[in-house]
Ligand binder design. Sequence first.
Ligand code: 5AD
Ligand code: SF4
Length: 468
Amino acid sequence: MREETIRISPEEMAQQQRFAREFAAREDRPQTYYIVTYGCQMNAHDSEKLAGMLEDMGLTAAPRKEEADFVLHNTCCIRDNAERKALGNVTWLKEVKKERPELMIGVCGCMVQEPGMADKLLRQYPFVDVAFGTGNIHRLPELLLRAVDTRRRVVAVPEEQSTLIEGLPIHRDSDFQAYVTIMYGCNNFCSYCIVPYVRGRERSRDESDILREVDMLQKQGVKEIMLLGQNVNSYGNDVPGGVTFPQLLRRVAECGVPRIRFMTSHPKDLSDELIAEIAENPALCRHLHLPVQSGSDKILTAMNRRYTRESYLKKVEKIRAAAPDVGLTTDIIVAFPGETDQDFEDTMSLVRSVGYDSAFTFIYSPRTGTRAASMPGRIDPAVATERIERLIALQEEMTQRRFSEMIGQTQSVLVTGQSKRSDRQITGKTSRNISVNFEGGADLVGQIVPVKITAAGKTTLKGKLEQA
Ligand code: 5AD
Ligand code: SF4
């Protein structure tokens, strides 16, 4: 059954703008803001929208959270430690508020969307002034106005996550790199994952809205766009007769932005059409993030990933044959319930045979409400730690191998900023999404330049600027 997606109406957006103007006219309102962002790129992009709304409401960014009048935590709940960190930081502000009672504290994002969390915030975190879920971010002007007006706490969490929000102002962190969401939510229900519960079902944005946004970014001189979705490969599946993800990619690339990236691809939905598009379209970056999660068929089944080790490896082979210069990265969970030594060794051997550029590795963290949380066979934390350490060591070895193959090559690098270590050093990203440090002037920031790779470190490359 398809759930109905509710598109926020232009009238409601106009209403929020009126709230924003009314808020800006207040004298007793917070003047500065600071947003603390946890978690994935989706959240980072939501924070750019929250910042956009706050700026429309007359607030300006504070350099440090200790100085801000309004501190908003955009939270993540994918693993227990993400949640603990956010709640810890919120609690820390309680002390600051004792000295500065006018400080307003907000909590939003995925964690607030968890069942029971809104109640917990109300009961155990009385110093939180405003809390709202991911389906409510467009209502920030109204909620903050109400909190200032009534001097009372405001909590708003939608029951269902079926909204598609268009037209929010965006205060982007960079002038030359931009996130563009193409779809919200996830239908996959991997048994360990809380995302479908907190972000709701898949909702694809209209192709015309996406292309309009990309066009505008191209005109502003943006050099790199990252298309975002929990599972970009199923873009358009919720729209009868809609375009497929590879078709969308082609049209986005035609807008003329030099570099297009996308995240995340679910291996089960990675089509031959997409592989062909990556191989043929020079605007698509030479990088594919393809989370494998485990190398054991038994664990993949328990995770409800709906592919096998063999079918995953076949897809990797196809990508390598069609586009040998594409770097692969992945996500891996160790110590999923019931993971035996042999299952873990299967993951190790898969990592060895794929040869990823890098991998994000996680110890399984039970999430209330997910199927895996009630599975038997919890793994001893000491065993889990030993496994992740061995996996990290193996991946470091593979990274070294991949990086050293690049020495001597000339790569195009988008310069993202000055290096933290020295002001004569600048840093940037290859199309394959690997960081390169090299000598150069700050005037190159935002440009794509040719760099010869001269050395490989653990997580970054070193290079020398070539004359274009
Ligand atoms: N425990 C550990 N890792 C998880 N991930 C998602 N849910 C969990 C969990 N409960 C990891 C997956 C996913 C990445 C974003 O986070 O590897 O791909
Ligand atoms: Fe979570 Fe799986 Fe959806 Fe990714 S595909 S967001 S891991 S349920």
